[in-house]
Design a protein around this ligand. Structure first.
Ligand SMILES: NC(=O)c1ccc[n+]([C@@H]2O[C@H](COP(=O)([O-])OP(=O)(O)OC[C@H]3O[C@@H](n4cnc5c(N)ncnc54)[C@H](OP(=O)(O)O)[C@@H]3O)[C@@H](O)[C@H]2O)c1
Length: 253
């Protein structure tokens, strides 16, 4: 069984530790610049705490779960000790292909510490500097999930852009909607059935076909009324931009 080392102690590191542990895989140690959260994870899941990165000498694979901007500095340091893969959706790991084994192990999900996820349905995207290392990463991925795919850096980066749109942008819109309703003393929870149905119907209908609302129907009076009800200028501009975009999309119906 491969001995896995983890770098980082944030959302992805925590979820990967949980998933590896659930599958009985061997986590040989965890290192993070954040000693406090690293200690917490190590204690909670009974895994060795690495004080220094030299300790990764004893592992077969390092998975680096740190912020994208830290990777260019960290990957070359870690790769001298063991084959190293990052969980990043955007980094072009082949810029390091002069190093021995570097790769990507990108699980496409929104991970938040404290919120459980079913890892076996999460697609994991693999890329590596050699076929052998890609296969190793695929084998590890297959233990966690039934959806493991090889993908180029370019495709993964496009996927990440789309992931930001469907998850981060949508989530931001919900935050804005929640704030908007709070000012009017209206519970955000009343939108829950609508939010769930919005996502649920995408399993049987394309997002294009699923769209409803005033912009699709060209109900200009409703759009104008909505704009008069929004006082926050930033929110108003977003409403205008989204409405324009939707009108452009459905104009040729
Ligand atoms: N969250 C997701 O949904 C998700 C999904 C797929 C892939 N990813 C990718 O997974 C990676 C980690 O994301 P995350 O959500 O787990 O991030 P996170 O929760 O913010 O955790 C980031 C970790 O990186 C550490 N870190 C930040 N800057 C560092 C630096 N300069 N040197 C060393 N360590 C540093 C942080 O330490 P401190 O606590 O000290 O800041 C923390 O342990 C990213 O590449 C991200 O793109 C994330």
């Amino acid at each position: 069984m491969k001995k896995i080392g983890i770098v980082g102690s944030g959302n992805v590191a925590t979820h990967l530790v949980i998933a590896f542990k659930e599958k009985g895989m061997d986590i040989a140690g965890l290192f993070s610049r954040n000693h406090h959260s690293a200690h917490e994870i190590c204690e909670r899941f009974s895994i060795p705490y690495f004080e220094t990165i030299e300790q990764f000498k004893q592992v077969d694979l390092i998975i680096v779960c740190v912020s994208d901007d830290a990777l260019a500095n960290l990957i070359p340091q870690l790769a001298q000790y063991a084959p190293t893969a990052t969980t990043s959706g955007t980094i072009d790991v082949l810029q390091f292909d002069h190093l021995k084994d570097v790769g990507v192990f990108y699980p496409l999900q929104s991970f938040t510490t404290g919120k459980n996820v079913a890892f076996d349905t999460i697609p994991i995207f693999i890329e590596a500097s050699s076929d052998a290392f890609a296969q190793t990463l695929k084998d590890i991925g297959t233990k966690l999930s039934c959806e493991v795919h090889f993908i180029s850096a370019k495709q993964r980066q496009h996927l990440h852009v789309a992931a930001v749109m469907v998850n981060n942008f949508t989530n931001h819109l919900m935050t804005l909607a929640a704030d908007y309703l709070k000012k009017e003393n209206i519970p955000f929870e009343w939108l829950q059935p609508l939010i769930l149905e919005t996502v649920d119907k995408l399993s049987s209908i394309s997002p294009y076909d699923a769209q409803t609302g005033p912009a699709r129907r060209n109900d200009q009076q409703t759009i104008d009324r909505h704009l008069s009800l929004i006082t926050n200028e930033e929110l108003k501009q977003l409403y205008i931009q989204f409405t324009k975009s939707r009108q452009t999309t459905y104009n040729h119906d």
